[in-house]
Design a protein around this ligand. Sequence first.
Ligand code: GAP
Length: 512
Amino acid sequence: MEKPKLTIDEMAVFCKRKGFVYPTSEIYGGIAGFYDFGHLGVELKNNIKNEWWKAFVQQREDIVGIDGSIITNPMVWKASGHVDGFTDVLVDCRKCGSRFRGDHLIEDKLKISTAGMSLDEIAKEISRHKIKCQKCGSELGEPKKFNLMFATNIGPMQASSSAAYLRPETAQVIFTNFKLVQENARLKLPFGIAQIGKAFRNEISPREFLFRMREFEQMEIEYFVHPEKQEDCPYIDEILDYELNVLSADMQKQKKKMQKMPIKECLNKKIIKTRWHAYWLATMHKWFADLGANPEHFRIRQHVKDELSHYALDTWDLEYEFPFGWKELQGLSNRTDFDLKQHMQHSKTDLSIFDEETKKKIIPHVICEPSQGVERAFLVFMFDAYNYDKKRDNVVLKLHPKLCPIKIGVFPLLSNKEDLVKKARDVYNELVKEWTCTFDLSGSIGRRYARADEIGVYACVTIDFDSLEDNSVTVRSRDTTEQIRVKIKELKEILRKFLDGEKLGKLGEKVE
Ligand code: GAP
């Protein structure tokens, strides 16, 4: 089995050809930074979100979920700091008017990290290295700050009094609902509030397909702890031996390479400062690995001092080795009590909670905010699942069974034999009650297997002439092409076990 390195453009072509992702409104020329998900893409995206929600909300007693609105009172964004500080550096071409992100111009030309560079430093680097327009080669204008929030108006007026913003992150709606959720769900510290939903950023240069979009989805948790009990992490033992590739701020300063180490070493050497931060980094990494991503393609990287957001005391990114380099997949920040305090001050509302032990009011700290873009997770699962099988001369998309857009394919061996087609339909009608299935009649059986492998169908069920006699069918594994013969009355139970991870060969008589 050979695994060629797909470029991001090749992945975009594959996703479009197979019905995963389309550039939006392409018949009108499209619009940069916006994408539509096709019939397979929507299933994969929903599966990713469902797995995340199950793992971090439904199967945990310490976390509850909410679903907030996209447009809020604009004061939310004043208080959060986004109105004043949510900016990137914009550079215009003096001649053709093309617009670029200052840090991207430097990264592309000098192949260096711009993490933490200020507006002035970016301006100096552009001038020092005589960086020109990437489109026409002309002089660039003065770099300036550009706010990334999408502005809109509420109601029929176009006045400043009706101005509002599309949310640039889901986090703030969690903070504004903090008190209501805490009281109504009767949450006791430590606890988390989670949300999955759309976020919008007017990116200066959206690029790399789904990596940098203007409309995307986030899966976020704000995890709150008692300000004086920031080290009490009851789950720490679960992950102490878990190993990660680590690149701390110090290692970056000393130009050292990432190093694989267990969490307990990161804590003992104070590379990761708090247990909770370590816990969430390992837990999020494990979530990806458990769903089939290759753990070696990940590392955790600490933000260097100048790179930290205005709200963050410490941030680690879970990074993935994309074809265009190591990039942020998920940000995990220690936001302290910054946000609750900001909202208390701006809304004049008490968001503190009563501590039964000390009989005092306290403002909880967000010890960690794991913030994951759904589309970046989508890319990771697609890249790690994509395999070109030389022997089959075909792509095999080895998605984890929990993520497969279509779990089972049902095929009559020959599509022009009425009795085979009818029996296959009956099987399909039964299976589709439980799983996403495809019923394919066109082309040879080999062609149908190949088509199914390419879109990640986990198992194929074939109905042949023997099936008419003995009510048995063939089940084929996508990953090994191994086949077994099973009775139709046992088919559901066997498929359930196979989708749960059991080896196909153990579930029935092998067919040579
Ligand atoms: N609440 C914190 C926050 O929003 P962030 O690092 O700006 O932090 C979190 O974003 C995650 O959202 C990123 O790690 C990434 O997965 C995703 N994300 C951010 N901007 C994105 C964009 N323009 N396109 C796609 N995903 C994006």
